[in-house]
Design a binder for this molecule. Structure first.
Ligand code: NAD
Ligand code: IPM
Ligand code: MN
Length: 347
């Protein structure tokens, strides 16, 4: 019986994870669920955003379904105690270096996209985001300059093996789709990016069937809204991937629609919507649970080998949307629970 660790976290995290859990439970796959404290909720209860018992649960589980962490009440804590450290710690501790963030427009959401309908309709891509390196995990701190000024710094760094392994995930992902990979970097300015580009080019020799292109991140941000259909798979670093995926979400209708899978190559994974805890709408039943439900589908596919069940869940989300269910972010008045119900009904 596969064990799923549920880490709901803060804000809308518990609201959307509950809908995803109900969908998973309805599939009758004999899954067991165990819930853990994480983020601000864990800090409030135990004084740490990622308590040892939560990390142990995540390590023991076959897969982790994660909601979101972050709470303005804790924004002034020491960085090591802030809720966000929980998600970073889980990614690092579990070695989840590869983050898949698919963005596609579900039929009927053309009007929710920030793009014109005929442009929005063309988006169907996967951002392969490196997840355990870059400025997120480089040396950081605050120091005093020779002029006596406080200076903050976060070192951007990638070693070649870190680039090689995420590049391979990019090529493999492209190979399983339409065979086009765009590596996004800032090699015109950054040494980190020049190494990134050199390594990606070297790895390309093993994938003659994949068409590799390179794009600077500023241009990529522009192209993503100009003509998103040109992209199939994008492989990029941690920070660029974070930003581009939020942007891609609005091409596809809403940040409440984008799921993600964080993988380490063993089948173990952590699955979470790309959005945060949304304090502005928390506790109001307004959150769109689709990103969490679609993350559960990715969990089924990537960690449990349940491809058919994953397809069913994705089809049920599509059917719920086609049936007219629309949370506020999609321009409707459907509540979080009602959206979950609509997906369950379509299952
Ligand atoms: P956010 O993604 O939480 O919210 C941005 C905007 O999108 C808000 O207006 C919010 O209401 C809306 N939104 C987000 N998810 C939605 C959903 N499912 N349905 C409908 N609307 C939705 O980003 P933020 O406001 O920059 O950050 C809030 C907190 O979340 C911060 O503490 C941040 O650090 C944290 N955060 C956590 C994660 C994570 O846990 N993986 C990701 C991003 C941000
Ligand atoms: C995300 C979030 C996180 C990130 C934060 C909360 C650490 O924005 O999952 O996209 O930057 O990776
Ligand atoms: Mn983000």
């Amino acid at each position: 019986m596969p064990l799923i660790a549920l880490l709901p976290g803060d804000g809308i995290g518990p609201e959307v994870v509950e809908e995803a859990r109900r969908v998973l439970a309805a599939l009758d796959l004999g899954l067991t669920f165990e819930e853990g404290l994480v983020g601000g909720a864990a800090y409030a209860a135990e004084g740490h955003p990622l308590p040892p018992a939560t990390l142990a649960l995540a390590e023991r589980a076959d897969a982790v379904l994660f909601g979101a962490v972050g709470d303005p009440a804790f924004d002034n804590l020491d960085r090591a105690l802030r809720p966000e450290q929980a998600v970073l710690g889980l990614r690092k501790q579990l070695g989840l270096f590869a983050n898949l963030r698919p963005a596609r427009l579900f039929p009927g959401l053309e009007d929710a996209s920030a793009l014109r309908p005929e442009v929005a309709g063309t988006i169907d891509l996967v951002i392969v985001r490196e997840l355990t390196g870059d400025v997120y995990f480089g040396e950081k701190g605050t120091r005093t300059t020779s002029a006596g000024l406080r200076q903050g710094f976060d070192v951007m760094a990638y070693d070649e093996e870190e680039v090689r392994r995420i590049a391979r995930v990019g090529f493999e992902t492209a190979r399983g789709r339409s065979g086009r990979l765009c590596s996004v970097d800032k090699a015109n300015v950054l040494e980190t990016s020049q190494l990134w580009r050199d390594v990606v080019v070297a790895v390309a020799a093993d994938y003659p069937d994949v068409a590799l292109t390179h794009m600077y991140v500023d241009n990529a941000a522009m192209q993503l809204v100009r003509a998103p259909g040109q992209f199939d798979v994008i492989v990029t670093g941690n920070l660029f991937g974070d930003i581009l995926s939020d942007q891609a979400s609005m091409c596809a209708g809403s940040i409440g629609m984008l799921p993600s899978a964080a993988l380490n190559g063993t089948g173990k994974g952590m699955f979470e919507p790309i959005h945060g805890s949304a304090p502005d709408i928390a506790g109001q039943g307004k959150a769109n649970p689709c990103a969490a439900i679609l993350s559960a589908a990715m969990l089924l596919r990537h960690s449990l080998g349940q491809d058919a069940a994953a397809d069913r869940v994705e089809a049920a989300v599509a059917a719920a949307l086609t049936g007219g269910a629309r949370t506020a972010d999609l321009g409707g008045a459907t509540t979080t629970r009602e959206m979950g119900e609509a997906v369950l009904a379509a299952l």
